[in-house]
Design a protein around this ligand. Structure first.
Ligand code: PLP
Length: 363
């Protein structure tokens, strides 16, 4: 399943070197980051409070967990924080330490990478193109019943397919996994962008199940990848205790801990982002659905996956065309089950989206 390396949304220096384009001039359609930039309220408050770095953060992150709890309507006791969701993915791979893991994919590569590093054997449960990359719940159940997996990984909404699984389906999966003693890791990095968020978030299921953990972060929705703030929600006491006792102390720095108590209160910014994204999800899907050059898949996150139908084009040539116009898109060739027939791009501001759309339609 190993594929060749593609440029990641954070590879701007590499792009600068290879294509001679200054990184400041690149419009990054590959990083999946909110184009509105950081929350104005957080910017203002951070500027006034930089001296928070003069002290160690509270080791228990009480205020931060309380703010996250309010934002997610969830008991702060079930919340733990980390250095981006990346640290939490890595900790889960170490602590759950699955002998066998099932990853629903094509998806984000870090799950497989981290589980592999901790010695786990990985199987991918394929989201099929013939089913528009939607989860086939019957086949997933058959797979979970036929082989014992210690861990199931679901990215919801999924990167790069942008599809979502609703809470009722998740609860069926949790029930089945409970019977089979399978722990579920759900990555909700892109959840707040979805119009179906209310019906898809896993946090309310913590009241019924303790065999799952939700991972989230502020890198994408709150446009703060440099802050490195992530959090996890689980009711699993044993796992929470293990994280508390074995995670490095102060893995979230004071600036991030402070920012996290402010940004969730910026309701105007949150509302503006959601409204804009919901509109772009529909608008851009409809544009590509009408084109005979591409097949579009419904977008539930802030990005869309396209299949290239025009045989004269491929992901490599479109990547080059886009980058020569200072637009960086994602060539999906490196994702398992995808190929150089697929590209992904995220939604930036309306004007830039229109320029990229026109470039792709006229390629
Ligand atoms: C699905 C998914 N999860 C996690 C991450 C990493 O998030 P963080 O910056 O919170 O570590 C990414 C980054 O691209 C991602 O796409």
């Amino acid at each position: 399943m190993e594929k060749k390396k593609a440029f990641h949304g954070s590879d701007l220096e590499l792009i600068e070197k290879e294509f001679g384009i200054k990184k400041e001039d690149i419009i990054n359609f590959a990083a999946n980051v909110n184009p509105f930039g950081i929350s104005p309220l957080m910017k203002e408050e951070l500027a006034k409070n930089v001296n928070v770095i003069e002290t160690y953060p509270d080791r228990n992150y009480t205020e931060l967990r309380k703010a996250i709890g309010e934002y997610c309507s969830c008991n702060p006791q079930y919340i733990t924080v980390g250095n981006g969701s990346t640290e939490l993915i890595s900790l889960m791979a170490q602590f759950i330490h699955p002998k066998k893991a099932l990853i629903v994919g094509p998806t984000y590569s870090e799950y497989g990478h981290e589980i592999g590093l901790s010695g786990g054997d990985i199987t991918y449960f394929e989201l099929k193109e013939s089913e528009d990359f939607r989860l086939n719940i019957e086949s997933l159940f058959t797979e979970l019943q036929s082989t014992h997996y210690d861990m199931l990984v679901i990215c919801n909404p999924n990167n790069p397919t942008s599809g979502i699984i609703t809470q009722d389906v998740l609860s069926l999966i949790m029930q089945l996994c409970k019977d089979f003693n399978t722990f579920i890791m759900i990555d909700e990095t892109y959840m707040e962008f979805s119009e179906h968020e209310k019906f898809a978030i896993a946090a309310p299921l913590t009241e019924r199940f303790d065999n799952f953990i939700v991972l989230r972060g502020v890198s994408k929705f709150f446009a703060s990848p440099g802050l490195r703030l992530g959090y996890a929600i689980t009711k699993n006491e044993a796992l929470l205790n293990k994280i508390r006792s074995e995670q490095n102390p102060w893995s979230v720095n004071s600036i991030a801990a402070f920012a996290g108590t402010v940004m969730y209160k910026d309701t105007d910014y949150i509302k503006r982002t959601k409204e804009f994204m919901h509109e772009e999800q529909r608008r851009i899907y409809e544009i590509f659905a009408k084109s005979d050059k591409y097949k579009a898949y419904t977008a539930d996150a802030n990005f869309i996956l396209l299949k290239i139908l025009d045989e004269k084009l491929d992901a490599g040539s479109l990547f080059e065309l886009a980058i020569r116009n200072n637009f960086m898109i994602r060539n999906c060739d490196s994702f398992p089950f995808l190929s150089d027939r697929y590209i992904r791009f995220c939604f930036m501001n309306r004007e830039d989206n229109d320029k990229l759309i026109s470039l792709l339609l006229n390629a």
